[in-house]
Design a protein around this ligand. Sequence first.
Ligand code: SF4
Ligand code: SF4
Length: 468
Amino acid sequence: MQALTFKRGVHPPDGKALSCDKAIEVVAPKEDSELFYPMSQHIGAPCAPIVAVGDHVKVGQKIADSSAFLCCPIFASVSGEVVAIRPMLVPGGAMVNSIVVKNDGKMEEIEGLNVGRDYEAMSNQEILDAIKGAGVVGLGGAGFPTHVKLNPPKDTPIDHILINAAECEPYLTCDYRLMLEESDRIVKGLQIMLKLHPDAKGVIGIEMNKPLAIEAMTKACEGIDNIYVQPLVTKFPQGSEKHLIVAITGREVKSGALPASAGCIVDNVDTVLAVERAIVKGRPLMRRVVTISGKGIKNPGNYKIRLGMTLRDLVDAVGGFNEEELAPVKLIAGGPMMGPTLYTLDVASVKTTSGLLCFTKEEAYIPPEKNCIRCGKCVDHCPMGLMPFMLNACALRGDGEGFVAHHGLDCIECGSCSYECPAKRQLAQSIRATKKIEMGKKAAAAAAARAKAEAEAKAKADAEAAKN
Ligand code: SF4
Ligand code: SF4
C-alpha cells in the first residue's frame, strides 16, 4: 500500500534505536514512597479531591472527580494513606493541587476491580459511561477526555476513527512497543470505539520506519472488514491530529475546528488500549507506558509505570543516570520536538506523560542564535503554512495584534521551524509564549462577553417582570 503524508514538515534524526528493541518492563513504586495525583490531568475543569488527609485508599479507588462536562476522574494507583493535598509541579511547568498518597506497598485493590464486560452486549451510553468512569483521556499529550471525543454532536457524523500510531517524535518508542506486544488488544479497543460509530472505518496510521509494527498490526486486523493499517511517510509532525487526517482522508480541519468536523475521531495507541482495559478488563486508568531515553540514562527503555510516581523515583527505579561525560544536562518531558524542558525531577507523572529524555551535553547542544537571514526555510517547512520568522518578529516586539493577524494562534507548536532554521532562531519558543498570552486574552474577552450578555439578559428579564 502506498505510504501517505501531508505537505511540508521535517525529518529529524529519530534516536529510537536506544529503546525500540527494549520490551516493556513493569516499574513498581517503592514502599513508603509518595505518589502525587494532580487534579488537572486533562483538558477541561480540574477535579476536586473526594478523599481527605488521613484516609486510607486502595488501588483503583476514585480519589478525585468533577461534574464538569470536560472532565475525567482520577484514581489511586497504589494503596496507602493520603498524607497531604498540596500543589505539585506537573511536566508542563504548572503547580497543580495534588493528592499525595504514601504507598504502603500492599497494592490492596478495591472490590469490583477487574470485572470486565462484553462490549457487544453494552449500549453506546453504557460504553461511553464506562470510558468516562475509568478516567480515560487522550494519552498522546492533549489529555482530551475520550468519552467526549467519542460522542460528537449528532450533526457531525463520523466516518473515520484514526489510530494515531505514527509516534513521529524522535526517541519515543512506547507506542511502538505496545503495537508489538499488545496488537490484539489495540484492535479490540478500536472495535469498541467503532461500535459507537458503526458506519465508520478504523484506520491505524503507522510510519514506514516501523515495519515490525505494521506487520504486527496488519496481522491483528486480519479478517476484520472495517479496520486496516495505513502506512505513512516518516516525517514530523505526522502524528499531529490535523496532519494525520489530511494524510489519510485528504480532508482539511479548519482553523479552530475539531477533527469531528471532518468526520474523524483521532486517538493514540495507548488511549485505545486504555479503552479496551476499561471495558474488557474493568480497570481504570492508573498505569501507562513511558519511554525513558537519551544517552544520559543508564538503562533506556519502555516502562509501565504507576501514574503519580515522581520522575525522580522513576529514574531511580530504572537504574539512574550515567555520570561524567555522559551525565544528563537537559531533561525533557515527552519528545524533543514538542516536550517541555524540566528544571527538576520532582515532578508528578500524569496521564499524558509519554516520555522522559535525559540528554547529554552532546545531545543537548544547540548552536547560539544568530540574526535571521531571510532564507524562508521556516516557511517552507511549517506544516501549518505559517510564516514563523514573522511570528517571531511580532513576538519579540510584543505585537500581539500582528501575531494574531499572521495566524499565530494556528501554530501547533511542533518546533519544525526552529529545527530547520540555519540561524537557530528560537522561533517555536517565542511563538509558543506569545500564543499563550494571546489565547489568555481571547479567553478573557470571551468570558467578559458572556458575562455582559448574561447581565443584559437578566436586566431585560427584570424589566419585563417589573412591567408585569
Ligand atoms: S510556526 Fe508553529 S506550526 Fe509552524 S513550524 Fe513553527 S512551531 Fe510548527
Ligand atoms: S529559517 Fe531562520 S533564518 Fe531562515 S527565514 Fe526563517 S527565521 Fe530567518
